[in-house]
Design a protein around this ligand. Structure first.
Ligand SMILES: Cc1cc2nc3c(=O)[nH]c(=O)nc-3n(C[C@H](O)[C@H](O)[C@H](O)COP(=O)(O)OP(=O)(O)OC[C@H]3O[C@@H](n4cnc5c(N)ncnc54)[C@H](O)[C@@H]3O)c2cc1C
Length: 288
């Protein structure tokens, strides 16, 4: 059943330059009209943006008061180092984290090699974060299966275990096949899970950037949809419009399937996300 006022939230990545930071804050100003329920800040591949993730998360929180979720991965770090980062988050007033394993440098399908003294699975990070007693913990979910998962049931088991260890919500990989999302939340509900699973919505704005992200995430998109994007690969305006149309359609379908909210992969830009929310005509839930 569809909720009356879905939550709306945004993912941003930590900019690399002062110009990038200025343009991120300009996008945040534009998006403020939607009054997001939360925003999340990614953690660079291989843990490369640790300081920037913390700084941007703190800056956004200070300037906007939004509930701000910092992503954290276990790549290339010992348990002791991860513990120190969690302490750093706590001291910086960041009380919401997305606890992730991260990917090997060769991509998500490459075999994971545990750093000596480090974690093997994200559930261990959930457990450590929970032991602080001060974090609200979210985790990653994969409606189209994680590339290394052995099957749908295993993905469900992993989420249930993370919930038992303290996670209260999950954010999904970008969704282009709403049926997969629907199947995931139905199965979790049947198994007694109370996890809120926010579907990741990506309004595609650039063919090259999109195909790179699909590759990096090993994401799934129906062939017919991919063919539509390919048709406009050298036509940025049509790509942007198609991205908005598809994101709007997918959003409608996941809301119909029972999603409590929509989490937009904004790529630090406001326009397409604003347009999707406008076309949906949703009035977002009040901020907590
Ligand atoms: C919403 C979202 C945000 C993300 N943000 C970032 C980011 O900011 N930075 C970044 O680097 N990456 C990010 N990622 C990518 C993510 O780190 C990778 O997809 C990673 O491969 C999986 O992370 P996980 O937390 O699900 O890992 P895990 O839960 O450890 O799962 C990894 C694999 O191991 C399997 N598995 C898990 N537990 C067990 C177990 N106990 N026994 C056997 N198998 C197990 C799972 O089925 C899966 O195949 C994000 C992904 C999503 C969906």
């Amino acid at each position: 059943m569809r909720v009356d006022h879905p939550t709306i939230s945004f993912e941003f990545f930590p900019p690399k330059s002062p110009e990038g930071e200025a343009s991120l804050f300009a996008a945040i100003s534009e998006l403020d009209s939607i009054s997001p329920n939360f925003v999340s800040i990614t953690y660079g591949a291989g843990g490369s943006t640790r300081e920037r993730t913390i700084k941007i998360a703190c800056d956004i929180y200070e300037k906007t008061g939004y509930r701000t979720i910092a992503h954290l991965t276990c790549v290339g770090a010992t348990k002791l180092e991860v513990h120190e980062i969690l302490q750093q988050f706590e001291q910086a007033g960041i009380t919401n984290i997305l606890a992730l394993r991260g990917d090997p440098a060769q991509g998500p399908a490459a075999p994971w090699v545990t750093t000596p003294g480090g974690f093997t699975h994200a559930e261990e990070l959930v457990e450590m974060a929970q032991s602080f007693g001060s974090f609200e913990i979210g985790v990653a979910a994969f409606p189209d299966l994680h590339p290394a998962a052995t099957g749908f049931d295993q993905g469900i088991e992993v989420l249930l275990r993370k919930e038992q260890l303290g996670a209260t919500f999950a954010v999904t990989q970008f969704v282009f096949q709403p049926d997969s999302y629907s199947r995931l939340i139905c199965e979790l509900a049947e198994r007694g899970s109370a996890l809120t699973v926010y579907p990741g919505i990506m309004p595609v704005t650039s063919y090259r950037q999109f195909t790179r992200m699909l590759d990096m995430a090993n994401g799934e998109i129906p062939d017919s949809m991919m063919a539509q994007f390919e048709k406009y690969r050298n036509d940025p305006d049509s790509t942007r419009e198609l991205g908005i149309e598809i994101a709007t359609r997918v959003s409608e379908e996941v809301l119909d399937a029972g999603a409590e909210g929509l989490h937009f992969y904004t790529l630090n830009s406001a326009k397409s996300t604003l347009e999707v929310v406008k076309r949906l005509g949703v009035r977002p839930a009040e901020r907590a």
